[in-house]
Design a protein around this ligand. Sequence first.
Ligand code: G
Ligand code: G
Ligand code: MN
Ligand code: NA
Length: 253
Amino acid sequence: LTLMGDLRRAIDRNELLLYYQPKVEIASNRVCGTEALVRWRHPQHGMLPPDEFVRLAENTGLITPLTLWVLDTALGQRYAWHEEGDERPISVNLSAHDLRDPRLLERIQGSFATWGAKPHWIEFELTESALMEDPVASMQTLSALKELDAHLTIDDFGTGYSSLAYLQKLPVDSLKIDQSFVTRMTSNDGSAKIVRSIIELAHNLDLTVVAEGVEDQLTLNQLGQFGCDIVQGYRISQPIPAEQFRDWEVRST
Ligand code: G
Ligand code: G
Ligand code: MN
Ligand code: NA
């Protein structure tokens, strides 16, 4: 299997595509944005989920081209939605390696300039563990992104060993609770307590809090009672192609 050589070509050959997973604000019950999640339609192996190639891209220096492809494609979609009068942000995932790439900022700025994009068009998600691989470099990159007025989210929060002192200093806007806690919260009291604590911590730090991996109504209700701001997960919608987004939204609201 030569996935690596394939991946290099996949970017040029249009084999990658983005799915979008809606995020819903609990208070208004409205879609407040989407997360872009990459897929690879491989000519032999079929549709590959990101778990199978994002790590590979990170280990082979292909992550920066991949990230920039994702950003540029999300910006193209965002531009189209802007033309339709839709101003809701698309979230894009950055990897640990991206945070250490000194040219990333310039590339991001270049991509934004190409599309005439406004800062609020895209939000960036960075996992807590990626940040902790190099806390100093991460702080610098996040500060620089913040200077561009970007909205920043810490992804998979609760699994990455950041200290509260570090968290307080990070220029982020929201925390996304790791889905391992969310999927278990109605069956496991410990997970429910962690979810409630993260929501309280986030609000005490003036951060918005997102729960991902929301799979059923009971979990959704409990998150509402705990004061969670935004939810994402199969209970709302799986990640879907952009062309299906409008129909899905009309059907579900
Ligand atoms: O879409 P799915 O739930 O299968 O995604 C699996 C993992 O891959 C998630 O952790 C998600 O954050 C990650 N992922 C999806 N798209 C991207 C991307 O464009 N860049 C990076 N770095 N990670 C992504
Ligand atoms: O970037 P992040 O790791 O947060 O990406 C979210 C991942 O979780 C994607 O791979 C997405 O397809 C997946 N996912 C989204 N909603 C749910 C859900 O409700 N349950 C589970 N088990 N996985 C989900
Ligand atoms: Mn994410
Ligand atoms: Na996540």
